[in-house]
Design a protein around this ligand. Structure first.
Ligand SMILES: [Zn+2]
Length: 222
């Protein structure tokens, strides 16, 4: 189903599988042309979208809300590609490359997703995301998030710096990166040193009151 949001004016898409009910699996996906359509390896958007489809297919029901106007966390495609160029030329990460260009780090509005879900009659969701901020954003727009279901997408050589910045600077829950840290530390002869702060942060957050379901990758293996 397609929607035109009355506030942001963008046309958004909802892909619905199965009967609609409360607490169904929902992925609120920020559009990423380079990752979703062309399979760019510098971010994990396309892999997350695939993992969300897989999880929903396995469960037999779920919704993917694809939000337009969310390119580059809301700065737009042109600006996003400028940050990519700066990342390649100056070695800046996803946060610093935006601020160096005078751009905001995240200006996404999740109100349209809440309005789409409201129209579909789904007021309580199990949200497929590694991003706790997205949980907070949806709740602020009146959607109950009864559980967060992580999407543990494996890092690669092209996106590991991007994912590390998302974990350490934007608070995403990416425990799979700890393996990469361990490998990097071994490579530097630093075996036995304490784990990365980002990993410890994630563990503390997971121990809080947030209900986290087992990740999709773990479900696959279990
Ligand atoms: Zn992307």
């Amino acid at each position: 189903m397609a929607f035109r949001d009355p506030v942001d004016g963008h046309e958004h898409l909802a892909l619905v599988l199965g009967e609609r009910r409360q607490d169904m699996l929902v992925r609120v996906h920020s559009e990423c042309l380079t990752g979703d359509v062309f399979g760019a390896l510098r971010c994990e958007c396309g892999q997350q979208l695939d993992a969300a489809f897989d999880a929903i297919q396995r469960e037999g029901s779920g919704i993917v809300v694809c939000l337009r106007g969310h390119e580059g966390r809301g700065i737009g495609l042109l600006a996003k590609l400028k940050t990519h160029a700066l990342q390649d030329s100056a070695g800046l990460d996803t946060v610093d490359s935006a601020t160096a260009l005078g751009l905001p780090v995240d200006v996404r509005d999740f109100g349209p997703a809440a309005r789409v879900l409201g129209y579909l009659g789904v007021r309580s969701v199990r949200l497929l995301t590694n991003n706790r901020e997205k949980v907070r954003a949806l709740r602020s727009h009146g959607i109950r998030v009864s559980a967060r279901v992580p999407l543990p997408v494996g890092p690669n050589d092209h996106n590991v710096r991007y994912l590390t910045a998302k974990r350490d600077r934007l608070g995403h829950d990416l425990p799979q990166l700890r393996v990469q840290d361990a490998v990097a530390q071994r490579g530097q002869g630093a075996v036995g040193q304490p784990g990365h702060d980002g990993g410890q942060l994630a563990e503390r957050a997971l121990a809080g009151d947030e209900r986290v379901e087992r990740g999709v990758g773990e479900q696959l293996e279990g």
